[in-house]
Ligand binder design. Sequence first.
Ligand code: PGA
Length: 250
Amino acid sequence: MIQLIAGNWKMHKRPSEVAAWMAALKQAIPAEGVEVAICAPFTHLCALQQACAGSAIAYGAQDVSAHASGAYTGEVAAAMLADLGCRYVIVGHSERRSYHREDDALINRKLHQALAHQLRPILCVGERADERAAGEAEAVVLRQLAGALEGIDVSDPRQLAVAYEPVWAIGTGNTATAADAQAMSALIRAALAERYPELAAQLRILYGGSMKPENAAEILAQPDVNGGLIGGASLEVADFAAIVKAAHHA
Ligand code: PGA
């Protein structure tokens, strides 16, 4: 399976910085063998569309509205993202779950919108530190998956990726061990197999949470880890390119 390395720029960089950054990235990574995507703020997407034209690098957004269109000031619809050529959209990131009170029902509606407009959602799931300490990590992840995927039909494995992002690992420098990442990814794949028996083996499960050049190779080599969602280390070309190369060898 081709690995997916997706950068999550969060609320960083300016639109005017995109062209030079992408030009440097193109020089630094192999042209094929790994699927590379950048998920950027909405304001950066036009610049990404121009910068990615003619290359295999994909781009996408970090959120999408649960509504198709209408009087929703400040929201951005899936159709608008698709119109800008976005391939991906992150849905259910833990920062949106915690700072914007997104729950599984809302995330489910966002997934429906994304898929209805041919966007490929990267669905984020993951437990908090207190939930892991209480022995609830698996139950939390399974509950998030079940809630998000309610009524979601997938006919092509490229349509959906799931990112396991333990909240305690995001932006903290604390990475899950490769064994923990593998164990949770295997659990996620087993849950996906109940829902999508024919596709689950080919659905991509990403790891996210302080992935960096030093730990990427070991995590990406795990059999049920098929890529990464990279926050901090996606901001510098050298770091991000090193992770792409690690995926190339995985
Ligand atoms: P991080 O973020 O790599 O900075 O931990 C990952 C994410 O939030 O997607």
